[in-house]
Design a protein around this ligand. Structure first.
Ligand code: ADP
Ligand code: MG
Length: 680
């Protein structure tokens, strides 16, 4: 029976073979073919027992002399075995009755394991073994060991994979010219070699994945990723969008009214966006800039260009606090230009909400800011020309899709404060054009970072007191408790109560995710007006909050936060001209990873540096939240392999133009049914 039909049978219990295979992502023949070994065992020859070297796994062929179950020090199965050269003992601390039965005196075994010096002489603990006949031939190839899951044995996997290999045509999807230029082996050769390597191959090169066969597989995997992303890009581009021809009336008025001049980076990125918006196909651009680099004003200019062309523009932010910040800032900039700015979140009173929906739906209001309430079904945008998504990686794939549905023909701008290293950007954002704000507005004094042990909390409290008495404000970020939101809330309330008691002459506010949004907004507004001196907060303030008078940030249990989070949090201060500080309170003992993270954040304030270190500490999958982004994790290729990523990108472009059928075949092989997700 073909494995594919096995795996498709639906209500598979968690323990059926199909369910186990499915857990490994094994459905189609192509999936099996691409399920590659972790390592190999050399069972192609027999080592004499007396030639065994301690600590080196080898295969032996032995006869069982006797076996027994011993009870000292605990129940265990012992067998004495010998070959023509020596004898030794096999020891099993856990065993099945079937294993005991197999170890009959006189039975011939092939065993695989490492010999150690035991208490009573040489022994092998838990060898892999099977009973063989008197003159059974040896395998001619190295034995692959595959990644597997509980309850799925190597023998079964090997059988299924080798059947899939027999059935499948391993046609090369890479055009010959490219394959030769990149000096990559043929696909079929590479795959056959990896599943069934000859015994004379350098096993360490194979296992460390430096062999050309691995390189081919890694290239193919990256190529599939690039093809899929570039194809999605091209498909969206083909859709057509209203060209937003600027009249420069509104944008010029905004620029004239600002109390600052754009930085060179803002000017450049704004130019890139403006020129995209004038095209008859949708912009698909990411504006990337470190915290505080001034993305909002660039977004405002883009929205104005849409309005100048008679269209609507929407900005969606992932949290109410962030949306509200955007709203306040944009309203302050745009209302004086005579524009109505609508505000739409889930927590609005019913009447206000329907009024906003009505104004947007009639086209009366051109500019709309909000949370994911913007993509609720009821909201209609008759003339949406531009959709901006802030911190888009925080939205689920589905929500991002929904906004695209609303503005299927709209230009799209994503904004992100998470700087990501170049190779990652190339592969994760291959379906976007990227503009980078690589310059901070002038006049910022860098934030000083201090690491302080929790034992000195009192000193930190008095520093907060001092800062607030001299008119500045402070954030106090509560410990992150990932396991439990309830516990997190409780801790926040305790921290709040404690600080209130410690700082009786200051006004202390509390903001956390469970507050109703008008309560949240009230606290934030009071903080903005400096009616609250110290804002105790959970990570709800992580993104986007902008209160320039706040010059001190304390992060409690900083060791529990991730690097990106710490960087974002720290970015909330240092927004005014005042010297700012970020105090990282940590509790001993520090784990190794926490120590490494704190060191990075202490030593660097550059978002790109920090991102690079973060990537190194966590690996790309977690770094980008790949599951959430809808991208399958790379199994074989390494995104740090910049040269290979770049080659894959080049070949993907060529194939999409010149060999579209090969591109399809390649995608089918590598992504199959998984590709739907990627189109998000
Ligand atoms: P982010 O990129 O983190 O969203 P914001 O857009 O919130 O940054 O900008 C941070 C702060 O810098 C805001 O107070 C904004 O008004 C101010 N700002 C933006 N651009 C400039 C500039 N060119 N010169 C001075 N201040 C600026
Ligand atoms: Mg922002």
């Amino acid at each position: 029976m073909p494995c594919s039909s096995l795996a498709e049978k639906k209500p598979a219990g968690a323990n059926t073979l199909a369910a186990r295979l499915s857990r490994l992502g094994l459905r189609s023949d192509a999936d099996f073919v691409l399920h590659l070994p972790l390592r190999y065992e050399d069972e192609t020859h027999i080592t004499a027992l007396c030639d065994a070297r301690p600590g080196v796994a080898a295969q032996f062929e032995v006869d069982v002399v006797d076996s027994e179950i011993a009870y000292r020090p605990r129940r265990q199965l012992l067998a004495r075995v010998s070959d023509a050269s020596c004898s030794l003992r096999l020891r099993f601390l856990n065993f099945y009755p079937s294993q005991q039965k197999a170890l009959q005196p006189g039975a011939r075994l092939r065993i695989f394991g490492e010999v150690h010096d035991g208490y009573l002489g040489p022994e092998i603990i838990h060898p892999r073994f099977h009973v063989v006949g008197r003159s059974e031939s040896l395998p001619e190839r190295l034995t692959p060991v595959y990644p597997t899951t509980a309850g799925l044995g190597q023998a079964t996997l090997r059988r299924l994979i080798s059947r899939a290999l027999e059935r499948t045509a391993l046609a090369d999807t890479l055009p010959l010219a490219q394959r030769e230029r990149l000096r990559l082996p043929e696909f079929a050769d590479a795959i056959q070699l990896l599943h069934n390597p000859p015994p004379d191959i350098a096993q360490n090169i194979l296992e460390s994945r430096h062999h050309p066969a691995w390189r081919r597989v890694q290239f193919d995997e990256l190529l599939a990723q690039q093809l899929s992303l570039r194809r999605a890009y091209t498909a969206r581009r083909a859709r057509g969008a209203p060209p937003l021809i600027p009249t420069a009336t509104l944008t010029a008025a905004l620029l004239a009214s600002l109390p600052f001049k754009l930085t060179a980076a803002q000017q450049r990125t704004w130019g890139e966006i403006a020129s995209d918006l004038g095209q008859p196909h949708p912009m698909q651009r990411l504006l990337q800039g470190d915290v505080g680099s001034g993305k909002t004003v660039v977004a405002a200019l883009a929205m104005l260009q849409a309005v100048e062309a008679g269209c609507q523009a929407a900005l969606m932010a992932p949290t109410e606090i962030l949306a509200e910040q955007h709203y306040r800032k944009l309203a302050a900039w745009l209302q004086p230009l005579g524009l109505d700015v609508a505000w739409l979140t889930g927590s609005l009173k019913k009447r206000e909400k329907s009024a906003a929906i009505e104004k947007v739906g009639s086209g009366e209001t051109a500019i709309v800011i909000g949370t994911h309430a913007l993509i609720e079904d009821k909201v209609e945008f008759p003339r949406l020309g531009l959709a901006i998504v802030d911190e888009q990686h925080r939205f689920g794939v589905r929500q991002r899709l929904a906004l695209k549905d609303k503005g299927l023909f709209a230009h799209q701008l994503a904004m992100s404060a998470t700087p990501i290293p170049r190779t990652l950007a190339m592969s994760y954002y291959a379906d976007l054009d990227v503009s980078v704000l690589d310059e901070l507005p002038p006049g910022r004094s860098p934030v000083t970072t201090k690491l302080v042990s929790e034992a000195r909390r009192d000193q930190v409290v008095s520093r907060v007191h001092g800062a607030c008495r001299s008119g500045r404000q402070a954030y106090w970020v509560c410990p992150l408790i990932e396991e439990s939101e309830t516990l997190q809330l409780k801790t926040a309330e305790e921290t709040f109560a404690r600080l209130r008691a410690d700082l009786p002459d200051l006004r202390v506010g509390l903001v956390h995710g469970r507050l109703k949004s008008d309560e949240k907004a009230a606290v934030m507004a009071a903080f903005v007006r400096n009616e609250v001196n110290v804002l105790v907060a959970t990570t709800v303030i992580e993104v986007g909050v902008d209160v320039p008078n706040a010059s001190l940030m304390v992060i409690e249990h900083a060791e529990r936060f991730g690097l990106a989070q710490l960087h974002q949090l720290r970015g909330r201060v240092g927004r005014g001209t005042e010297q700012s500080a970020c105090i990282l309170l940590y509790a001993q003992p520090l784990g190794e990873l926490a120590r490494a993270r704190l060191k990075v954040i202490f030593e660097s304030t550059d978002g790109f540096d920090i991102a690079r270190e973060d990537l190194r500490l966590r690996g790309p999958g977690e770094f980008i939240g790949a599951r959430q982004s809808g991208l399958p994790l790379l199994r074989y290729a390494d995104l740090e392999d910049a040269a290979l990523v770049e080659q894959a990108r080049g070949v993907a472009e060529e194939m999409l133009c010149n060999a579209p059928q090969a591109a399809e075949a390649h995608l089918e092989r590598w992504l199959g049914s998984r590709e739907e997700l990627l189109k998000a």
